[in-house]
Design a protein around this ligand. Structure first.
Ligand code: ZN
Ligand code: ZN
Length: 345
């Protein structure tokens, strides 16, 4: 088991451009015109272009609407927020720990931005709840992860997956932690996202759903970044690219999808207007297949090659920058374009 070396603060004898993504050397000076990976700078620019804060979103419509939601919708709304609050909190910390072991300054920089975005996600949950419910109820929602058995089981799946890397940072544990990361950022939010998009397409809670959409858009980039890191680590350490790891990855995605389906059944149940449970289950299987393939694994579910929630595509294209469906905020932050200087990377 090869241990991961921590990045050093400064290394006078090393080049600015790193020698490897992990266990490499770098002076630790970041010059975006002299970095190891050609994908790093375009990705960095996309992350900056996503910048947003909860303060931009006007909650007044949602404040009026929340009491008019059915009891079932209110419950699901709060439980999903409670779930996301825990996952985004640990994600902030996880990103910092990854940053400690990445020996490439540009990838380290993006990890720091990723962590900042997780802080914003977390903030948005407090922001939404403080607008809609009492302080006491808000505090209760932030405790759900502790008391709801179905949440405990699901969250423990990811936190256990991270723990091995945190306790014993080896290459093997790092690769496995990235699999759990892609599950957290690329699968475990998705029944929650579907719930909010379904509300929005019924003209309900559009401000909250806008925020969820910005989070979805960030997560889309985060998954892409971890996919790149995973592939570079394997490219630089090909002995780790084994059949065993791929089988582990596929099995882990299958288990994760089953947990996500169980959770979706629990929060959405049979009587949620506009979402059919069968469709949601097919959607989760489709997402699990897609994420597994992104990391080079076989699809865990046979079939499920197309997105069965056709209507959700309009919402998800927002994260690809094709459309701004909600048009809830001014776009002044989207300043970073392809025409801003050093684009030869
Ligand atoms: Zn997040
Ligand atoms: Zn994320």
């Amino acid at each position: 088991m090869t241990k991961l070396q921590r990045r050093v603060l400064v290394d006078e004898g090393a080049p600015n451009c790193s020698t490897a993504i992990i266990n490499g050397r770098s002076s630790n000076v970041l010059n975006w015109d002299d970095v190891r990976f050609s994908w790093a700078y375009p990705k960095y620019k996309k992350m900056l272009a996503n910048f947003w804060t909860p303060f931009e979103i006007n909650m007044s419509g949602d404040i009026k609407q929340f009491p008019m939601l059915s009891k079932k919708e209110q419950d699901a709304f709060l439980k999903i927020i409670g779930l996301l609050a825990l996952l985004d909190s640990i994600q902030t910390d996880f990103a910092g720990k990854v940053a400690d072991y990445v020996t490439d300054s540009s990838v380290n920089a993006m990890m720091i931005i990723l962590a900042q975005q997780e802080v914003i996600h977390n903030h948005s949950y407090s922001y939404v709840l403080s607008s809609l419910v009492s302080k006491q109820q808000q505090d209760e929602v932030f405790e759900y992860w502790r008391n709801e058995p179905i949440l405990q089981k699901r969250n423990a799946f990811v936190t256990e997956g991270y723990k091995d890397f945190v306790d014993e940072p080896t290459i093997d544990n790092f690769l496995k932690a990235i699999i759990f990361d892609v599950i957290l950022e690329g699968l475990f939010f998705y029944s929650g996202f579907a719930f909010f998009y379904n509300l929005a397409r019924n003209q309900k809670m559009v401000a909250s759903s806008t925020m969820i959409n910005y989070i979805n858009r960030d997560e889309h980039l985060h998954v892409g970044l971890f996919e790149k890191i995973y592939k570079e680590v394997l490219k630089e350490n090909p002995t780790y690219d084994t059949e065993e790891l791929r089988a582990y990855g596929m099995k882990t995605f299958r288990e994760a999808a089953e947990l996500e389906i169980e959770w979706g059944r629990y929060i959405i149940g049979n009587e949620m207007e506009g979402i059919l449970l069968d469709e949601l289950e097919d959607y989760i299987k489709f997402m699990a297949n897609m994420r597994a393939k992104q990391l080079g694994f076989e699809a865990p579910f046979e079939g499920y090659r197309n997105n069965p929630l056709r209507w959700i595509i309009a919402y998800q294209e927002v994260d690809l920058g094709k459309t701004d469906f909600f048009e809830q905020r001014s776009r002044q932050y989207t300043k970073t374009s392809d025409a801003n200087g050093f684009d030869d990377l």
